[in-house]
Design a binder for this molecule. Sequence first.
Ligand code: 13P
Length: 258
Amino acid sequence: MAHGGRKRVPLVVGNWKMFKTSAEGARFVRELGEELGDVDDREVMVAPAFTGLYEAAKAAEGTALSVAAQDVFWEWEGPYTGEVSATMLAALGVKAAIIGHSERRRYFGETDEAVAKKVWASLEQGLLPIMCVGETEEEREAGLTEEVLARQVPAGLASVQAQDERPMVIAYEPVWAIGTGKTATPEVARDVIRQVRCQVEKTLGAEAAQGVRILYGGSVGPDNIDRLMAQPGIDGVLVGGASLQLGSFVRIARYEKA
Ligand code: 13P
């Protein structure tokens, strides 16, 4: 993952979670494309549910927007009922995959080992992995944030070689800030993201650490986006609830560093 010399273009991703039908998502993408037609200094993505990927990817054609999946399986094909492979996603025109979201870790038993395999499979199929890491409230209160990141980051990157040039993204999403309205302050987000970058450096070297884009996620909205994006080292955001309404997501995507 030597992203040496690669500029870290800011990235705004809307994670729709289990919201929006396929038709609703496609309409949103068309409207978003119109609203953001003139924006060319940042990347904007939406991540619909699997059922909405095809229509969303079609609606994104010819716009600067792209489409991400919310999960991916690591085998290309086989008897894995209910799963969707990176091959299948890439064939639909999907550009990225969110991997290891805390909701998947918590409700679906996703482990660091599974995350590593999904990161590898995505890279192999030309998808941009967006690997999520972050501590729970109990872990934060127990002072374990750094320890959690020191486990999750190297474990999730276990199958990536230091010299691998393919881009990848890490999202720092403190579990206590997801959907709670409690946001990490921009300063806390900046400091923890610095620790995440340190872990990437320990795992893959300095060049990779400078090239990887690291996003913040957790109660991002129109009110805090400008201050978050003003922090050095925060390369973008992964937005849940506030990505579901066109107006608020447009405002977030049009952030101006404050
Ligand atoms: P909220 O923005 O709703 O807190 O969700 C964050 C998140 O989980 C994005 O992946």
